[in-house]
Structure formats: C-alpha cells, structure tokens
Ligand binder design. Structure first.
Ligand code: ADP
Ligand code: MG
Length: 295
C-alpha cells in the first residue's frame, strides 16, 4: 500500500531530524506565513559561557566568592544561563554549596538560600526595577553593549555583582532565517527575554530586523497574538519553559530537542531533534508539497 501524503511527509520530516507529532500538525506546518523565533537556545547554541565576573566593591566579595553564590543558586535550574554559571564555577575548581528554598521565575531568574544568605540571580532589568541608578545597572549596561547577556547577583536584597555571559549563533541560523522569510513572505521576528542590546546584536548577525526584547512568558504570547491579528498563521520556535505559553498560543509550535526544556518539548507540536535550524524551513516546504498532493 502507498502511504498517505501527510504520513510520508512525517516520515520524511523524521529523516530530516524533525519529529512531527501528528498528521494535523504536518498539515498546519504548511499553512504558516509568519515566524517568531526565541533567541537563547533557539537561534543561539544554548551553551553559553561566562566571560566576565564583576563583584561590586561594596559587596566585599571577590570573583570566586561571587561565582560560588551564583552557581549554588543556579545549580537546580535547567536554564542554559544556569548551566553556564555552574560550569564556570566547576572550571575554577570551586565547591558549590547546596541550597534550600530554590525557586525559579521564567524570564526573570532564580532565588535560593545559600549558607544562610538569600541569593537572587537573574535579569538586571527585572531585579533592579526602580533602582536604575545603582552602580550594578551601569556595570550590566557596559557588558550588554559588548553583546553579553548580563546576569545580576543579589545577596540579602543588595546587588553584589554582575556576570557577563556570551553565546554563539547556531550554524545555519542566518540561512534558516533567510529561507523562512522567503517561504512565508514575511521576515521572522525575534522574541526574547534577554536585554535589547544583546538581542539586537545577535539579531543583526542572524539577519533579523524586528526585535522584541525584555519579554516575560506572557509577553511572548502577546507578541505571537499580535502577529496573528493581521490574519497570519504564526510559527513559534523556542526551547525554554518561558517559551511554552507562546508555543501553545501559536498556530504551530516547534521546540529545539536538545536545548529544549521538558515543558517546551511537551507543549510543542513538533521537535527539531538535533537542534539544526535549517531543518525548520525544510519541513515547512515538505508540508506544502504534501498538502498539494492531498488537495
Ligand atoms: P530567551 O527568551 O532569550 O530564551 P529567557 O526568557 O529564558 O531568555 O531569559 C530572559 C532573561 O531572564 C535572561 O536574559 C536572564 O537575564 C534572565 N534569566 C532567566 N532565567 C535565568 C537564570 N536561571 N539565571 C539567570 N538569569 C536568568
Ligand atoms: Mg530560550
């Protein structure tokens, strides 16, 4: 027997390294005419490295002490930035203390109790909200202008220092952006929780002109809905817990398999198994061919 076109398209997508969860999804992929892309872990490799460790003089901490507190608070987190912080501490041979009261806020950061101290690690803009004059804000802005993602460390409510973290654009991310623009007739939009300075720099490298930065998970949903208001069928591609609501709200959601959090993989309609961005336009094209055969 010959396989129905949508089923052979699913098998074909699988050979390209894209796991499409159903025939309905395979069909919907061919309908998309707008694309929203997450940054960290989606366009970038999601294996960022700590490049700068800047304790504030007033904190009384040195680089190792700052990194020890930050890595302890980040240790339970699955966020790519958290892994970068933990790796940096291990590389320096630091012992990472166990924590209690760990909590994470998607798109903002983490909090935990480390050796009796309340430690918060996360977005400088979110944590310093209302304290923009603090020296930590200037330090963060300086790192962001250099294209870094800046992460603030607070100890007992007081800013103690900033880490600079750098991530690489994935191979073929720029090519995938160009192909998606050609397929849909609309340039892809970058939707990220990161700061506008680092986001704009990376977007330029990827060939994206439309950047929405500093977004919380619900802001990513709003961005997807706004794109859909023009009657467009939006494909959202993401990897994080913070992307899950937008993956669900989009016409079709695709998650990155390796970088992806469990929640993103469960929520998405399809998964790019080996995280290769070039497979996304390939699967959209496959779906369109299959749809032509069905109709
Ligand atoms: P993106 O949308 O680019 O994938 P996220 O929404 O996951 O990024 O994160 C947005 C911002 O929130 C980060 O740039 C960082 O400032 C902060 N953040 C989120 N989670 C963490 C964490 N575990 N450690 C440090 N910072 C975090
Ligand atoms: Mg992400």
């Amino acid at each position: 027997a010959t396989m129905p076109p949508l089923l052979s398209a699913i098998a074909n997508a699988g050979r390209h390294g894209v796991l499409v969860k159903s025939a309905v999804v395979m069909e919907r992929l061919g309908q998309i005419d707008a694309v929203a892309l997450d940054k960290t872990g989606t366009l970038t490799e999601g294996t960022p490295r700590v490049t700068d460790i800047r304790p504030l003089p007033a904190s009384g901490l040195d680089e190792d002490a700052l990194l020890t507190l930050a890595s302890a608070a980040e240790h339970p987190s699955e966020h790519p930035l958290a892994r970068a912080v933990v790796d940096a501490a291990r590389t320096r041979g630091l012992a990472i203390p166990l924590v209690t009261d760990f909590a994470s806020a998607p798109g903002i950061g983490v909090t935990a109790t480390v050796e009796g101290k309340a430690v918060a690690v996360g977005s400088p803009a979110r944590l310093l909200n209302g304290r923009e004059e603090h020296p930590a804000a200037g330090l963060a802005a300086e790192l962001e202008r250099a294209g870094r993602t800046a992460v603030l460390i607070e100890v007992n409510g007081a800013p103690a220092g900033v880490l600079g973290i750098a991530d690489r654009l994935r191979d073929e991310a720029a090519a995938a952006v160009t192909e998606l623009a050609a397929l849909t007739g609309a340039p892809p939009v970058l939707v990220t929780g990161d700061n506008i300075r680092a986001a704009t720099r990376l977007a330029e490298e990827a060939g994206i002109g439309d950047v929405r930065a500093g977004l919380l998970p619900q802001d990513k949903v709003a961005a997807v809905r706004e794109m859909a208001r023009a009657g467009r069928k939006v494909l959202m591609v993401g990897d994080g817990v913070n992307d899950a609501p937008a993956l669900a709200a989009a016409h079709t959601g695709i998650a990155m398999g390796r970088a992806g959090s469990d929640l993103a993989l469960e929520t998405a309609d399809a998964v790019v198994v080996r995280d290769e961005p070039a497979t996304i336009p390939a699967v959209v094209a496959l779906s369109r061919r299959a749809r032509r055969l069905v109709v």
